[in-house]
Unconditional design. Structure first.
Length: 278
């Protein structure tokens, strides 16, 4: 079993009513951190899972209708909080990042792509096609900002759908197989449908031997997985497919119940980030 170093950095956050992420929650604004997974693979080097917010987000939402995105989910990104700046403080230059693995194409997950122009991009063809298929207003309604996709993304992309499949460890049931990113079964991308077209997670082993699963926005918190508590219908219907989302969340809930030692990492959950450090 190949083990990887994994840490999380918070590249800004947005504000949104808590009830939009979990039915029955407060109407008051809550912070949703944009977490970026930093993966240290023993042979492939430094890789990122998503990119969080970046100054490019503000440039992409200057004009209407894209500015509606910024109004709907106000973003806070302090000086030096972008992923590329935080990595630099750790001694990791942008050119040291060999690959970026995208859970999906929403703006809070891809805003930093332009900061890593040499990185290979692993992503879903379905998600990229959806971005190009929709018109401007439809993209904004679906959380997509085409300006955040590098002009050369098609040349740099390796699509999950095209990669060979590998069986997942029995400990990750009911999930059965994943796309083998590097051909060594160390990084297995798992389709987690429902949040939006082309939404995937990632399974890997940490340096301490713990199994890890980065689940993107298949759940907005680890508590939602524990309780099998989905967002209200309005949220999931607006962005994706409610039935598929709830089926995926149910599978994650079943997995967590069967394997309490598995570390699940939703992309907007500080509790999960603390569990990784613990």
């Amino acid at each position: 079993m190949i083990r990887c170093g994994v840490s999380l950095i918070e590249a800004g956050h947005c504000l949104h009513p808590a009830i939009m992420a979990r039915a029955g929650s407060s109407l008051c604004p809550a912070q949703f951190p944009a977490l970026v997974g930093v993966i240290r693979h023993p042979s492939a080097g430094i890789m990122l899972f998503d990119t969080g917010y970046d100054p490019a987000f503000f440039a992409a939402t200057q004009r209407l209708p894209e500015r509606l995105y910024r109004w709907a989910t106000p973003v806070r990104l302090g000086a030096g909080e972008s992923a590329v700046d935080q990595l630099a403080r750790r001694g990791i230059a942008a050119g040291d990042v060999t690959a970026i693995i995208l859970s999906h194409f929403h703006g809070d997950h891809v805003a930093g792509l332009s900061a890593f122009p040499r990185a290979r991009i692993f992503c879903a063809r379905t998600g990229l096609d959806e971005m190009h298929r929709l018109g401007r207003f439809a993209r904004v309604r679906n959380g997509l900002l085409i300006a955040l996709a590098p002009a050369d993304i098609a040349a740099r992309a390796t699509f999950f759908e095209d990669l060979p499949r590998a069986p997942l460890p029995a400990a990750l049931a009911p999930f059965e197989d994943g796309a083998d990113l590097l051909g060594d079964a160390s990084l297995l991308a798992i389709e987690l449908p429902g949040h939006c077209p082309g939404h995937w997670g990632l399974a890997l082993a940490g340096e301490d031997g713990r199994r890890l699963m980065l689940v993107g926005d298949a759940a907005w918190s680890i508590g939602a997985i524990r309780d099998d508590a989905p967002p209200p219908w309005l949220t999931t219907a607006l962005l994706g497919n409610t039935a598929h989302y709830r089926r995926t969340l149910g599978a994650l809930h079943a997995l967590a119940a069967r394997n309490p030692d598995l570390v699940m990492l939703p992309s907007h959950c500080r509790e999960a980030a603390r569990a990784l450090d613990g």
